[in-house]
Design a protein around this ligand. Sequence first.
Ligand code: ATP
Length: 437
Amino acid sequence: MTVSLETIATLAQKRGFVYQASEIYGGLRSAWDYGPLGVELLRNVREAWWQAMVSTRDDIVGLDSSVILAPQVWVASGHLASFTDPLVECTSCNNRFRLDKLTDSEVCPNCGKRGTFTEPKQFNLMLKTFLGPVEDAGAVAYLRPETAQGIFVNFANVVRTARMKPPFGIAQIGKAFRNEITPGQFVFRTREFEQGELEFFCPPAEAPKWHEYWLQERLRWYVDLGMKPGNLRLRAHEADELSHYSAATSDVEYQFPWGWDELEGIANRTDFDLRSHAEHSGVDLRYFDQDLGERYFPYVIEPSAGITRSAFAFLIDAYDEEEVRGEKRVVLRLHPRLAPIKVAVLPLSKKDELMAVSGEVAATLRAHWPVEHDITQSIGRRYRRQDEIGTPFAVTVDFDTLQDRAVTIRERDTMEQIRVPIAGLVETLQEKFAGKL
Ligand code: ATP
């Protein structure tokens, strides 16, 4: 099922996944806030990434570095000179565009005029700020446009303190900032976003092998979390597309409502960063291999994923509509690990006796999973809400419950219902979730 951008953006905002940033002041086009469900989804995506990349491996360690780094970092990394996009302005309507993203480089997508663009100028995407009370050139600093450089500048610290030996990786999740010329497509491209990046250091000769390995691993990660393989592909960059540091890059692309677009870039960054930081800082960042008795700059394979962007893609991929008894049912078929709420508890009515039991049931389940005890509106509407937010199971407490101490479990995907005693509810749900959380 292909969902339109408008449909998914409407659902996300209506149900509280995403709000427009600073909405009461008219919003900020380039920024979005994550509501009660969105924040859970993001946490789950982050956690799934960390699990796959750090917790379950003995060759990768984590890091949490600063958002603001020494300005020299961006000189050495090449970002100050080369982290640019080609900017053109339409002289008729004064809108600005990224030249490389235009479908027709001659025609303004806003006013439709031809031949009105200025000459392209290279626009640096780093967000500038000042540190300290004096706003002069010496106080200029940048918000990181990628988390990667925080890893490179800590390479020697990690080797020394965590006693890591190539091939090994350092992983980090965190915010990155880019002064995008044209943010848009809802949360797909924003000026503030979150990345999950791994820098995997290996002997230079092994780089092609590890590059291939990480392409497959990363593709699998999305599929394991329920994304349809047909909506995913790997695309190798052409030589003229490669970043200044890259010997080879392939993107994991997803079939978004507007077509194939990037979810994650997986680059062979060679020894560009370590070598450059060593030159600029004067600190020897070569790894000393005791077995070989030699020092060398490891090569780096970098899978760089968007946490916010992949959360969005998971939402799109999970969206489904079907007809049930003549009515449209909208359901988010999110993988249980990603679902913000794992179990909903719904009393059939607001009668005190029912609410007392459903409150108890909710409290019991909450010790195991994120639970929503939903007592508003009609039961039909509440099922609809839980389907639309992707809750895998709904537990209904009805009048029979008062007699038989049993409840009904309804499965999101099949809508199958089974009746189970409250005493065995946790075990039954544990069985149903087995291996999926
Ligand atoms: P593009 O060419 O589309 O601007 P890029 O190739 O420069 O993107 P990378 O530097 O490879 O992007 O960034 C790695 C990942 O970080 C991307 O695959 C994406 O998931 C995420 N990302 C990059 N820029 C943004 C953004 N502005 N908003 C949200 N996520 C982003």
